[in-house]
Design a protein around this ligand. Structure first.
Ligand SMILES: [Zn+2]
Length: 350
């Protein structure tokens, strides 16, 4: 009996000492694997190959998204494992010509989030259904990225919230039906076009049984956050050094809540309470906004993060990291923002 108590006590103590008792999935988000496409959404084929080689050499397990997330829900995922999932958005053709041969050679799964109206468009820029089918046969998961890659967070002023949410969800369901009709029933995974949302859109999708993915950086916490983070891997974010840091990141121990990312009118310095990440002190917490470092502040038992320089119209993020007890492994979470112009009109796409 005493031995049993002793084992329980030691287990409890070890649990408390663990830097993170959740899991440590990192999801990578690519668009084009090409040299002749827009810089910000492109990863050069040789850099993509270097990413894969690093994962292989460093003992990472590349996991299928749906399988891993199902395990995580059941609590079977290994804590602090080196696990990465690879995703591609928008159904660009270079996924088939450049990325697929490399992934197939390694026998690694991956996910393509498809905006269904783009598939098979003339001009050769997008994948064809046959190509998606061929990749699915070799372990790819094909998931939902809307029908037409719309800006769903931009609710027209002459539409009610309910009507717009309904239109959004119907669009997601239509895209899902199209995917299922062409490829067989797939996972109910939805990547938000441009990573844009407001809370009601996310909760409506969840109510339809979807897991919702964004495009803000961070490791995946458990239980799953309302918008699951993915590290963008295009343009300036494709470099191998930052890749090596990101794939090792851990989720903060807390549960990120669903915040409203839309900044209207003169609102330019959004304040976020980061206490939900499981933080009890600001020591060691490093945060950055688009214009540089943000000093986290402890206020009334809350940890508050607020940019000192105004956010400019467009998408922005606050990135927060803290070194864990494991060498070279940072906790990483980011907060996503969508800053409108001061007259409440929307920014142009770059
Ligand atoms: Zn997209």
């Amino acid at each position: 009996m005493i031995t049993t108590y002793r084992v329980m006590l030691i287990s409890a103590l070890l649990f408390c000492l663990m830097p993170n008792s959740g899991h440590a999935l990192v999801i990578l988000q690519y668009h084009h694997i090409a040299t002749d496409t827009p810089f910000s959404t492109s990863t050069k084929p040789e850099i993509f190959a270097a990413h894969l080689e690093h994962l292989a050499q460093s003992g990472f397990k590349v996991v299928a998204l749906s399988e891993h997330l199902a395990q995580s829900k059941a609590g079977d995922a290994e804590a602090n494992a080196l696990e990465v999932a690879i995703t591609f958005d928008d159904a660009y053709r270079s996924i088939f010509t450049e990325a697929f041969p490399l992934l197939r050679a390694r026998g690694w799964p991956f996910t393509i989030f498809v905006a269904t109206d783009l598939v098979g468009r003339p001009g050769g820029r997008y994948l064809a259904w046959d190509e998606l089918k061929a990749m699915k046969a070799e372990g790819a998961e094909i998931a939902n990225h809307s029908t037409g890659h719309q800006h769903w967070a931009r609710k027209p002023s002459n539409t009610t919230n309910d009507a717009w949410s309904d239109e959004f969800v119907q669009d997601a369901l239509r895209a899902q039906e199209t995917l299922d009709a062409h490829l067989g029933v797939g996972p109910k995974h939805y990547a938000l076009p441009y990573g844009e949302y407001y809370p009601a859109l996310v909760t409506q999708l969840q109510a339809e049984g979807f897991l919702v993915f964004g495009q803000h950086s961070g490791a995946v916490s458990m239980p799953l956050p309302p918008v699951i983070p993915r590290y963008p891997m295009g343009g300036p974010y494709a470099g191998l050094d930052s890749f090596k840091t990101k794939v090792l990141t851990l989720a903060f121990p807390g549960a990120p809540s669903l915040h409203n990312p839309i900044l209207t009118g003169l609102e330019t310095k959004p304040m976020i309470n980061a206490t939900a990440l499981g933080l009890t002190r600001v020591t060691g917490l490093n945060c950055f906004g688009p214009d540089g470092a943000i000093e986290p502040k402890a206020e009334n038992r809350a940890i508050v993060i607020q940019a000192t320089a105004p956010l400019k119209p467009g998408r922005a993020r606050y990135n927060c990291t803290r070194l864990s007890n494991e060498p070279g492994r940072f906790y990483w979470h980011s907060y996503f923002w969508m800053k409108q112009h001061s007259d409440n009109t929307w920014y142009e796409e770059p």
